[in-house]
Design a protein around this ligand. Sequence first.
Ligand SMILES: CC(C)(COP(=O)(O)OP(=O)(O)OC[C@H]1O[C@@H](n2cnc3c(N)ncnc32)[C@H](O)[C@@H]1OP(=O)(O)O)[C@@H](O)C(=O)NCCC(=O)NCCS
Length: 178
Amino acid sequence: MTIRQYQSITPHLGDNVYIDELALIAGDVILADDVSIWPFVAARGDVNKITIGARSNVQDGTVLHVTRKTPANPEGYPLEIGEDVTIGHKCMLHGCKLGNRILVGMGAIIMDNVVVEDDVFIGAGTLVPPNKRLQSGYLYVGNPMQKKRPLKEAEINFLKQSAINYVELKNDYLKSDS
Ligand SMILES: CC(C)(COP(=O)(O)OP(=O)(O)OC[C@H]1O[C@@H](n2cnc3c(N)ncnc32)[C@H](O)[C@@H]1OP(=O)(O)O)[C@@H](O)C(=O)NCCC(=O)NCCS
């Protein structure tokens, strides 16, 4: 089953959400309107919560998970993804917080307690170590990540356009399914 309950918590889906039948969404996961989840994504909201903002897309093979609450870390690390965010193919996002209009390049890894501000581009294959803060308007690349350069205007515009493209694409899939 694509959408799974965990300890009586069922994922909550907004309007016009698309979840591929080969993805898995489990437990405390909240998807806002027009979110799309593509094949082989695993989003497991079991030991903490996952929220994904409107029009964001999570592409094929990406893993989303969270860190549990403990006495030393009472909130644990939930995973929060803002609006108009593109998560490329085969990424790993764990217990981090992403703002709005961000592109996470293919194969990137973002670890616990990282904060990514609005309008950031993370290059393919980038590793973002725990507890880092990525500043709005910059390109980050590398393993471990480096702040490479300020984004060009066209790149900033593309962050929003990428989300629009994926809303259109998932609408085509929703039509084909009905
Ligand atoms: C980051 C990215 C946007 C760079 O684009 P670009 O226009 O080539 O950037 P620049 O020309 O300014 O390159 C800057 C430098 O970073 C290097 N670089 C580019 N992408 C890199 C990456 N992903 N990781 C490490 N280094 C990278 C370039 O080789 C260049 O190095 P140099 O200065 O030593 O020559 C692009 O390579 C990328 O990773 N895009 C992600 C696409 C994606 O995953 N989309 C989601 C799926 S749809």
